[in-house]
Design a protein around this ligand. Structure first.
Ligand SMILES: [Zn+2]
Length: 424
């Protein structure tokens, strides 16, 4: 029997194990925020991966954003060396899940199996992907015990809140310096290879005014009206211009294949509701108004242009409004990243998808960022993709699920990719 068929059988024999593993992971509620039960899930993965012959290391991201004695940021890195020296393939999954929200008809931490699906918060994003990568590695080791090189599996904290206590921390500590290939089993669908993501620039724009009695607004200067002029200028000139900026990046969904801007929030004047106060507000002209913007940009744009564009909007408003004054503050930035289609990890997974699914893989780029940004920027490793089971649109929604057949097939793809990269 050839290796391809043996890998298939090894994975088929692990179907119940894959289901149970996914259920176990879902049943540990690793909600972030606050970052609960990271140690519990790392201990669980530790036992599992030790049994599979991995050396494991539990690493707390001490001092990282979010890390505290109450909610320590635990990560696990497991490593198994083969019979001969070779390259290192690293599977990275985040262990945190987002809040449950409303509208569930199943227990979000029950791991219920129904009609070929496993339900629960994190089922597709991304405990199903983590389970599939573990099964893939175990099946590959059973089939090719004499492989050359190293397999690593990590479970990392805080992806949903920026990854600073997870992949960013590991990258800073040099964990990716010994790695050649990274596969992140995020839910991108079993036949799609995600090459990277668009860039992000978050900024806060503040308009300034002057406080006065609300019955005589002409004695003050209303910061909210100034902000209104900013929004109007964005509608007139910025949004149409962004819609014109198309990209060669294969971003999905199609609507995100351009520059976008979201106005996350606007706050001006007194808060509408104080926690311990239910009375009327006082009559004042607001002297401050703040807007948070979320600009997503393309590999064809650079961050200086993106910033200059917002400054230009504000300067145009200034020309038309006497007394207009503003401040702008950057909150967060991530540069766009896209792995080349002929990078070794991309070709290996593409060939494996074709072999398992009988059709060519689609290449996609994510509209939002994920932990690849830290592997690229801090870890200085370009040879990285996201590939895993699950439907991206279900992530963060009620009744999130992952398909068992999808997990089986993507585990087979991952095992075949290991075979191509590590031989044996
Ligand atoms: Zn995710």
């Amino acid at each position: 029997m050839d290796t391809r068929a043996r890998l298939h059988d090894e994975i088929a024999a692990r179907r119940e194990d894959l289901i149970a593993l996914t259920q176990d992971l879902i049943r540990i509620p690793t909600l972030n925020p606050p970052g609960a039960n990271y140690r519990e899930i790392c201990d669980y993965l530790d036992r599992r991966l030790l049994r599979a012959g991995f050396h494991t290391e539990l690493i707390r991201a001490e001092g990282a954003i979010g890390d505290s004695d109450k909610h320590p940021r635990w990560n696990i890195v497991a490593r198994r060396e083969g019979e001969a020296p070779g390259q290192c393939v690293h599977f990275n999954s985040h262990i945190d899940v987002v809040e449950v929200g409303h509208g569930w008809t199943t227990d979000p931490f029950g791991g219920e199996v129904k009609d070929g699906r496993i339900y629960g918060r994190g089922a597709c994003d991304m405990k199903g992907g983590l389970a599939a990568s573990i099964i893939a590695a175990e099946a590959f080791i059973a089939t090719c015990p004499d492989y050359a090189g190293t397999i690593e599996i990590s479970g990392t904290a805080d992806e949903e809140s920026g990854g600073f206590g997870g992949v960013a921390y590991l990258a800073e500590k040099g964990y990716f310096a010994r790695v050649q290939h990274v596969i992140i089993p995020e839910p991108l669908n079993k036949d799609r290879i995600c090459l990277g993501h668009r860039g992000v620039w978050w900024a806060e724009v503040e308009t300034k005014g002057e406080i006065a009695h609300g019955s005589m607004p002409f004695l003050g200067d209303c910061a909210v009206r100034h902000m209104g002029a900013v929004v109007a200028e964005m509608e007139d000139s910025l949004f149409p211009a962004l819609a014109q900026k198309r990209t060669e990046m294969p971003v999905v969904p199609e609507g995100a294949r351009q520059s976008t801007l979201n106005i996350n929030s606007i706050h001006g004047g007194e808060p509408e509701q104080e926690v311990d106060y239910t009375g009327m507000p006082s009559a004042c002209v607001p002297d401050r108004c703040r807007m948070v913007i979320d600009r997503r940009f393309l590999i064809e744009e650079n961050i200086d242009e993106v910033q200059a564009e917002i400054h230009a909007v504000l300067e145009r408003v200034r020309e038309g409004r006497p007394g207009f004054d503003y401040e702008i503050k950057e909150l967060f930035r991530v540069l766009p990243t896209m792995t080349e289609r002929d990078a070794p990890v991309v070709s290996a997974v593409a060939r494996a998808v074709e072999s398992v699914m009988g059709r060519e893989a689609d290449y996609v780029v994510s509209p939002g960022t994920y932990d690849q940004k830290h592997i690229d920027r801090i870890g200085r490793l370009k040879n990285c993709i996201a590939y895993g089971p699950g439907v991206l649109d279900l992530a963060h929604k009620p009744d999130e699920w992952v398909g068992i057949e999808d997990m089986m097939q993507s585990a087979e793809v991952m095992a075949l990719a290991l075979h191509e990269l590590l031989g044996g």
